[in-house]
Write a protein that binds this ligand. Structure first.
Ligand code: AMP
Ligand code: ZN
Length: 150
């Protein structure tokens, strides 16, 4: 619980919200600026700033709750698909610094759906850069795994 955190305020009930689900570890409510009809946020009750800070058990619980809520939302609202989104860091569009997963139902009917991708899917990348970055990350992750096993 952080006094200045908007989402901690929602969990405490001092900030109003439209609740859609709650369990021991997680809380889910409607997003006030929905990207599509039925846009929901799923959060851990325990405060964590972001993806890098959230403990394993809270991340697991939020992800499983988001899956359950996504299935129910698609069925209930007659959506054609759903996006899960997490923003980690201000430069990655995070605006509220209490970890949350967006559950965004998607519709062929664009009167219900205002989401557009910020890049053009299918634009070919630089194969050399893809290979270089992938190899660098593989080496780093492989090294971390070896260290953990030592
Ligand atoms: P992000 O940009 O990923 O940090 O997402 C923060 C989300 O919180 C945005 O989609 C906002 O519309 C939503 N939001 C902010 N304040 C509230 C609120 N009081 N109730 C519900 N959703 C909110
Ligand atoms: Zn918080």
């Amino acid at each position: 619980m952080t006094d200045l955190c908007l989402f901690c305020g929602i969990i405490a009930g001092t900030v109003p919200s439209v609740k859609v689900a709650e369990d021991e570890t997680t809380f889910a409510f409607m997003d006030i600026n929905p990207g599509s009809d039925g846009h929901i946020l799923v959060i851990p009750k325990r405060h964590s700033k972001d993806l890098f800070e959230i403990p394993d058990e809270d991340l697991t619980a939020v992800t499983l709750a988001a899956q359950r809520i996504a299935k129910a939302a698609v069925a209930e609202f007659g959506a054609d698909g759903v996006n899960l989104l997490n923003c980690c860091g201000a430069d990655a569009w995070q605006t509220v610094f209490h970890f949350h997963l967006h559950v965004i139902p998607r519709y062929l009917d664009k009167t219900k759906d205002r989401l557009v991708l910020p890049w053009q899917p299918g634009t070919p990348g630089d194969l050399e850069a893809i290979d270089t970055l992938g190899s660098r990350l593989f080496t780093t992750l492989d090294g971390q795994l070896s260290e953990a096993l030592e």
